[in-house]
Design a protein around this ligand. Structure first.
Ligand code: G3P
Length: 218
């Protein structure tokens, strides 16, 4: 299972990349806005920190505009993944870019039918938003299960399921049980994965016992 981090905060990305557990980064227009920086600068900096796929989302909503923006974004670095909305124009751009060997991430996926379209358009990744479905009383993880099952039925569907809009560690373990390829995690959720009170308690006890021995290892 690949771990991407869902942020445009380069200080956070640097800190998390040091763990060696980070496989990529996803951004979106809201995260770029939150960073207060220019998209081309942020994406270039992220691509220097992380070798894996870095999703940069187009802001145009028409095919020609998306293709113009995709040309600018893909020129930033070899690992830029062009993120496109799940619309007829977005999928048309996805088909074209995938044919040119560009990595693509089709975003704002909320149904299995939409995910089938993304796979047929040759998307490298499809991003179903589990948290936003949960927010409206639908089980986001059921959608992940459906998409993974459908994709497994077809050898020619190479699209990876990138679980997005992740809100807590339960989303991560549930996605892993289903076999989703990637989760993109807000930094706070990634940090939450490490935490368990018994780990803290156990470590404190070990350290107290160790101190009593008066030994050192190195
Ligand atoms: O990047 C897309 C997705 O992860 C957004 O998440 O929390 O805004 O629903 P959220």
């Amino acid at each position: 299972m690949k771990f991407f981090v869902d942020t445009a905060d380069t200080a956070e990305i640097k800190a998390l990349a040091a763990s060696g557990l980070l496989d990529g980064v996803t951004t979106n227009p809201s995260l770029i806005a939150k960073s207060g920086r220019k998209i081309l600068d942020v994406i270039a900096e992220i691509c220097e920190i992380v070798d894996g796929p870095v999703s940069a989302e187009v802001a145009a909503t028409d095919y020609d505009g998306m293709m113009r923006e995709a040309a600018v974004l893909r020129a930033i670095a070899h690992n830029v993944t062009v993120k496109l909305p799940l619309t007829p124009d977005g999928l048309r751009a996805c088909r074209m870019l995938s044919g040119e060997g560009v990595m693509t991430n089709v975003t704002l996926c909320f149904s299995a039918a939409q995910a089938i379209l993304a796979a047929k358009a040759g998307a490298t990744f499809v991003s179903p938003f589990v948290g936003r479905l949960d927010d409206i009383g639908q089980d986001g993880m059921e959608l992940i299960d459906e998409i993974v099952t459908i994709y497994d039925n077809y050898e020619d569907f190479d699209t990876q399921v990138l679980v997005a809009s992740v809100r807590n560690p339960i989303h991560v373990t549930a996605a892993a049980k289903i076999g989703a390829h990637v989760v993109t995690l807000p930094p706070n959720v990634l940090r939450m994965l490490y935490a368990h009170p018994l780990t803290d308690k156990g470590l404190a006890a070990f350290m107290a016992d160790w101190a009593a021995t008066g030994q050192t290892i190195a």
